[in-house]
Every structure is written in structure tokens, then in C-alpha cells.
Ligand binder design. Structure first.
Ligand code: ACO
Length: 428
């Protein structure tokens, strides 16, 4: 029996098949040879929500959910959060290696000098209603960007592709900040190219009448770390959307708008918004026990807890908890933190959560930090999208360079009616 194979016996026919195992997986298409007879379509695997299906080989991000490990291109997230910057991490994720100082300077310069939006984009954003959700504005505006760059669909031209990648990374913070200013009825603040990527974003968010916004270093650092933590997370719902749309080969703006839409949902990037709503609803530390009781009774979920992959403490949550302390030293303690800490304390001791391996995820503390910085809850998924733009683009690029990838086209198990003839209305 050859090593690295799987023997499968089809008990319907008594036939045995040898399926090659590579990188700990069998190819789903190898199942197709398993047939009842020549007319049979062949066996498929059924995997709603892709719980055990690898859709790509990837060299970008490694997650070990059991051990609580997250690495970008091999580098542990803890080391990157401690020593790197968001733009350096963006370079790493996209290029595969850390930049040397000349590469980092050129990369930073390129990004910083693409932050401006076409004035027509501004006009477009002004057309949104006064109370438009910033994430809806973000998604639509990113999609609209595609109409400004007619060369963008030329995605197999490497130079052109990299140009669009830089544009997107540079412009998403501007779109995000404009969405916020719009929802507040505030004038848009143009980018300040002398500031850092994160400092410029804070300036576009919060600058008022002062000649120059003074970036608070602790907040700039905290936000930069949060961006690093959110930059990529391998094959999740939004990344899969980016790849799925990307597989039909449109321009990256259209694909990224779709990925951002996938991120918007409360089970994904909308979770930190949901955490804050939950904490506000609980109200006081004294009400935590009752909320936990309701969660265990299945009446509600403990938002910010649980993860499809992490069955251990999410390593990003641990880093965020430290960042929270740095931010609160400047902004004052967010009273919701005490409720969050009490929730975490009870949940980590309770058998319901322990037996289901439910731990705080990246979103459990990030919302509390954002709120302390003065960022409204509706902006939380938008902040997530700024950082994840890097991951989406790296995954999209990897898809385009992968000779095994084709247009994404899942199968289904059809369980509906068989053939039946149309009945005229009078006979129904
Ligand atoms: N609170 C209470 N119970 C939970 C929670 C939760 N947050 N999460 C999972 N469970 C329970 C489920 O009820 C289920 O229990 P059961 O076996 O008795 O039916 C069990 O744990 C397994 O849960 P699933 O829903 O099957 O886990 P899945 O992997 O599908 O869901 C998810 C993962 C969506 C993240 C889920 O844990 C959840 O809804 N969490 C809250 C929302 C959240 O924080 N999302 C952010 C994720 S991180 C990110 O996207 C950046």
C-alpha cells in the first residue's frame, strides 16, 4: 500500500480506491471517481460553511486555533505588534519578506502619496443621507473607485496591479474618515502627507479648526497595533468573498467592496460593534451574572466570544488587552471595561464556555478601545476594513498567481422537486 494515501471502500459497490494525501488533505475531485455505475456523477464532499475544506494553498498567514498561534509570513503576531508598524506589516504580507530600509522608505512614500481622493469621489460621498451608516458608505465608495481607474481591470499586468494595491491601501483610510465626517455633518479633512499612515487617519477623523492636528502618540501607536492585528486572518468569510469575486477576474476595487460587505455582518467584522451594544445593554457589573445565565439558556450570545478557528485564547485578544491599558492611561478608563473583565472572568470559569472552548476573540476588547478614543460604534467595522484591505489584497494577488485556481464554483446537493410540467394559472 503506497504511503501517503487514503484507502476508501465504497460499501455500496465493495470497490476500494486509493486517494493520494498531500499536505494533510485529499483532493475533493479525487472522490469523483467513486461511482455507483458509469452514469453516476461521482461522489462529492458536503461541507456547508466550509468547516473542513481547504480552498487554496497559501503562504501568507498561519493560524493554529488549538494552540492560539497567529503568524504573518512566519512572523509571530506578538513580535510584529511589539516591534513593527502597520505599513511595514502590510509590505511583509504583500511581498512575503520584511522590507529593508530603502524598500520601506519607498513603500511608505508611495502609500502616503496616494491618500487623496478624486474630488468627484467627495461629491459622490456628499450624496449619502446625513445618517448613512459609514460602512455602507465605505462599501459603496470603494466600489465606485473602480470607475475612476479604467486601467484597473488589467490585473495580470504586475506593475499596474501593484499600483492599484497601493492606491487601495492609501485611500481606504481617507474614505473611512470621510464617511465618519459625513455622518457627523463635519467638513472633510484632507490627508496630511507629513503624518504617519495612522497619524494621518486620526487627523482626518478628528482635526477641527486647528492649523495642524497634534497626533496623540499613545493613540497613534494603539491604532497602529490594532491595524497590525487585523491585517490578515487567512481564509475567513470576507477573504473568501474577496477570492470568490476575484476568481471571476474583475478589478480589485469591485472585489474589495464585496469583501467589505462580507465583513459588515455581526458574526464577522460587525462583532465589535455588537460587543459594545451588549456591554451597554448589560449596564453594570452587577448584571453580568444574569446576562451569562441568559447566554447559557440560549437566549442570546456572548458577543466577542468564540471563534470558528481559535479554540484557545485568541492571541490578538491578549495583545489588545495590553493596548487597552495604554489607551486608558491617556483617555481615562472606559467604564465598560469593568463589565467586560467581569464577563471574561465568569465565562472563563464556567463549564458552558470552557467545554465549548469559547474564549474572548479579537473583537471583545477592540470596541472598548475605539470608544475610549472617541470613535463611534458604527465606525468599528470600517476600521477593521482599513486594516484587512491589506490581507484581502495579498490573498487576491496570491489567487491570481496560483495556476490551480479557476473561477470559484461550488457544487450543491439538489434536494428539490424532480421534473414537473408548468400548470396554467387557472389549473393551480
Ligand atoms: N456565546 C454563546 N454561545 C456560543 C457563542 C457565543 N458567543 N459562540 C458559540 N457558542 C456556542 C454555540 O451555541 C454552540 O453551542 P451548542 O454546541 O450547544 O449548540 C457552540 O458554542 C459552537 O458554536 P457554533 O455557532 O457552532 O460555532 P461557529 O464556529 O459556527 O461560530 C462564531 C463562530 C460565529 C464566531 C460564534 O462563536 C459567535 O457567534 N460568536 C459571537 C460573535 C463574534 O464574536 N464574532 C466575531 C468573530 S471574530 C471575527 O470575525 C473577527
Amino acid at each position: 500500500m503506497p504511503e501517503n494515501t487514503l484507502s476508501v471502500t465504497d460499501n455500496r459497490t465493495g470497490k476500494t480506491y486509493q486517494l493520494p494525501i498531500e499536505h494533510g488533505a485529499i483532493r475533493a475531485l479525487d472522490l469523483r471517481q467513486i461511482k455507483l455505475d458509469a452514469d453516476d456523477f461521482g461522489l462529492m464532499s458536503y461541507d456547508p460553511a466550509f468547516t473542513n475544506t481547504a480552498c487554496t494553498r497559501s503562504t501568507i498567514t498561519y493560524v493554529d486555533g488549538e494552540k492560539g498561534i497567529l503568524r504573518y509570513r512566519g512572523y509571530p503576531i506578538e513580535q510584529l505588534a511589539e516591534s513593527s508598524t502597520f505599513l511595514e506589516v502590510a509590505y511583509l504580507i504583500l511581498h512575503g519578506e520584511l522590507p529593508d530600509s530603502a524598500q520601506l522608505r519607498a513603500w511608505t512614500d508611495d502609500i502616503i502619496h496616494h491618500t487623496f481622493l478624486h474630488e468627484n469621489i467627495k461629491t459622490l460621498m456628499e450624496a449619502f443621507r446625513y445618517d448613512a451608516h459609514p460602512m455602507g458608505m465605505f462599501i459603496s465608495t470603494v466600489a465606485a473607485l473602480s470607475t475612476f481607474y479604467p486601467e484597473a481591470p488589467d490585473i495580470f499586468n504586475l506593475e499596474n496591479r501593484m499600483y492599484q494595491i497601493k492606491r487601495l491601501i492609501a485611500k481606504v483610510p481617507t474614505i473611512a474618515a470621510f464617511s465618519y465626517r459625513h455622518s457627523r455633518g463635519l467638513p472633510y479633512v484632507y490627508p496630511d502627507n507629513d503624518l504617519s499612515f495612522t497619524g494621518n487617519f486620526l487627523s482626518m477623523m478628528f482635526k477641527m479648526s486647528e492649523a495642524r492636528y497634534k497626533v496623540p502618540p499613545a493613540l497613534e501607536h494603539a491604532l497602529d497595533v490594532l491595524f497590525i492585528l487585523h491585517a490578515d486572518h487567512e481564509q475567513n468569510c470576507s477573504t473568501n468573498t474577496m477570492r470568490s469575486i476575484g476568481s471571476s477576474q474583475p478589478d480589485p476595487y469591485s472585489a474589495l467592496a464585496g469583501a467589505a460587505a462580507a465583513l459588515y455582518g455581526p458574526l464577522h467584522g460587525g462583532a465589535n460593534e455588537a460587543v459594545l451594544r451588549m456591554l451597554n445593554q448589560i449596564g453594570t457589573v452587577g448584571d453580568v451574572a444574569d446576562y451569562i445565565r441568559r447566554v447559557k439558556a440560549g437566549e442570546t450570545r456572548l458577543m466577542g466570544f468564540g471563534h470558528r478557528v481559535y479554540k484557545n485564547y485568541d492571541p490578538r485578544a491578549r495583545i489588545i488587552k495590553q493596548v487597552a491599558e495604554e489607551v486608558f492611561a491617556v483617555t481615562g478608563r472606559n467604564p465598560l471595561l469593568d463589565i467586560a473583565l467581569e464577563l471574561e472572568r465568569i465565562a472563563l470559569e464556567d463549564d458552558y464556555f470552557v467545554s465549548r472552548k469559547l474564549y474572548p476573540n479579537v473583537d471583545f476588547y477592540s470596541g472598548i478601545i475605539y470608544q475610549a478614543m472617541g470613535i463611534p460604534t458604527t465606525m468599528f467595522p470600517v476600521l477593521f476594513a482599513i486594516a484587512r484591505t491589506v490581507g484581502w489584497l495579498a490573498q487576491w494577488q496570491e489567487l491570481l498567481q496560483d495556476p490551480e485556481q479557476r473561477i470559484a464554483r461550488p457544487r450543491q446537493l439538489y434536494l428539490g422537486k424532480g421534473h414537473r410540467d408548468y400548470l396554467p394559472l387557472a389549473q393551480r
